[in-house]
Design a protein. Sequence first.
Length: 214
Amino acid sequence: MKIVNLIKDVKEEIRTYSGESIGFVPTMGYLHEGHLSLIRQSKKENRHTVVSIFVNPTQFGPAEDYDKYPRDIKRDERLMKELDVDLIFYPNTEEMYPKGFCTYVDVVRMGSVLCGQSRPTHFKGVTTVVIKLFNIIEPDIAYFGQKDAQQLIILKKMVEDLNLKVLIKAMPIVRDEDGLALSSRNSYLSKAEREAACFLPTALKKMQEQIRGG
Ligand code: PAF
């Protein structure tokens, strides 16, 4: 497993793959079983698997948790080594957004509803970093969890509208024993908050049963 920080080194490494299939799992690190399920799927379906770890500042609003977003690169490295990932791309902010950076990709309208109402710049930051990562890594398939449903739909739209060659694969939500969807940010929750959050999957499940039952 190789870890590289520079775009030119990723490109050089990718060249050695000589056109063999590349699966890509973009992450912000602090990996959990949800991320690992994406990596396992990529390993099954591709000759090479690349994972990026980058806490992307452009998808955080000014009052959001960019500084305290959980990070543990040593643990992430160990987990990825166990899964035999080929390449980790772990750039710093200057590498991804050099001084003077001013080009953004925005899937208009879709990014301003639902979560976008309270996070008006979030999805523009996601699409911008993801298209940059696609251009750097040039994957055949990229894997995203269905937990971030709006992100997934917006990324699929970006791929369609901009005629990108990558295939976006949606993977099922991975849940904890108490039903809560795994998320790096769950580490912020107190016991009481976690209990309250568990009402969400319980309510969703009930609604699903009722809809299915007519
Ligand atoms: O889902 C995430 O972890 C992030 O939004 C992503 C896709 C890695 C872009 O920073």
